[in-house]
Design a protein around this ligand. Structure first.
Ligand SMILES: [Zn+2]
Ligand SMILES: [Zn+2]
Length: 341
């Protein structure tokens, strides 16, 4: 079967390997669509240290083509989305339903303690517990179940109540997915802070009520004038300065969520008196759980999320290098790879 491997930093090789055999508790899935994530880019550039060679790709959907001997619940021909996170199911985090915090997490092509080959390949093997049926949902939309599962996990962290005011800092792919999911989750007013005009327009298109340019005005003052106190500020960039902005934007009794992936050694300024005096919370969100993945599939199946606006570029397996190139130049939003093409 054809795969794309990262063989070194900035090196992508399209090659042929033997099609894997599913173990007794696994399915073999023919991959029909796989989204390209910033994590894949970090593995490619080396800013996320991984052992090469590695087949990346962790946002995928396809058809079951072989079923392990011990599996009764799936059949050849089932259409599925793949959750790449394989928890140990034995540790304390797993047992409390927080499989994303598993002490011994394995990822199929994504970032985790153990990484196994992912879905930028014609076929991938997955444990039966890692798929959700997608019915007649198209594969491209179904491939959004993984990032959307992460977004739902984030919104769970802030415990959103209907009608609350939310600010999203950053309208890249994840920021725009957050806006849509916040809307589906009952946010009352959504404000987006984003320096790029095109992205501000997209934010309005997918459900934001107001946008502002943080390079043009002080975001905190602008937001207060627009909507008053903010209940929830979500940082979707992953930079110290935008995290500080999100902290600054959060109103009394509000919550600040660090959703973007910050550099590991980054630190931010935080005034503890404000947390004390305004009873504010600062929260983090990492990855997804089997529960948020299943809920993501439900949102997608019922048309709550518009993915078409977010996909800007599409490739076959041999286009992955070009996709990375575009991402490094900040061109477009979501890139999709179709391994069968
Ligand atoms: Zn991802
Ligand atoms: Zn575990």
């Amino acid at each position: 079967m054809r795969t794309v491997e990262l063989t070194d930093t900035h090196t992508v090789e399209v090659g042929n390997t033997t099609r894997p055999e599913p173990a007794r508790d696994e399915l073999l899935v023919e991959v029909n669509a796989c989204g390209v994530c910033t994590t894949d880019l970090h593995m490619y550039t080396g800013s996320l240290a991984v052992d090469y060679p590695l087949v990346p790709g962790h946002e995928s959907a396809g058809d079951v083509v072989e079923v392990g001997d011990d599996i009764d619940s799936y059949r050849v021909g089932d259409r599925v989305a793949i959750n790449p996170s394989v928890p140990c199911n034995e540790c304390r985090a797993c047992k409390s339903g927080r499989e994303n915090l598993c002490h011994d997490l394995t990822s199929i092509g994504g970032a985790a303690k153990h990484i196994i080959d992912g879905a930028f390949a014609e076929y991938v093997t997955v444990p039966a517990g890692n798929v959700e049926r997608i019915g007649d949902l198209d594969y491209r939309t179904a491939a959004f179940a993984e990032p959307l599962g992460c977004v739902i996990n984030g919104i769970d962290q802030v415990d959103l109540t209907s009608g609350e005011t939310v600010v999203v800092v950053g309208a890249g792919f994840i920021g725009l997915l957050l806006v849509q999911t916040l809307r589906a989750s009952g946010a009352g007013t959504i404000v987006v802070s984003e320096p790029v005009a095109e992205r501000r327009e997209l934010a309005l298109e997918v459900g934001a009520d107001y946008t502002l340019d943080p390079t043009d005005e002080d975001p905190a003052a602008a937001v207060t004038e627009l909507v008053g106190d903010v209940d929830v500020a979500i940082e979707a960039v992953g930079l110290p300065q935008t995290i500080e902005q999100a902290l600054d934007l959060t109103g009394p009794g509000g919550r600040t969520l660090v959703f973007g992936v910050p550099p590991e050694d980054a630190t931010v300024e935080l005034a503890p008196f404000d947390l004390f005096f305004e009873e504010r919370e600062v929260l983090g969100s990492y990855s997804l759980t089997p529960n948020t993945f299943a809920r993501a599939v439900a949102l997608l199946q019922n048309g709550r999320i518009d993915v078409d606006t977010l996909v800007t570029d599409e490739f076959g397996l041999d286009g992955l290098a070009e996709a990375f190139h575009q991402m490094e130049n900040r061109e477009g939003l979501k890139k999709m790879v179709y391994p069968g093409q």
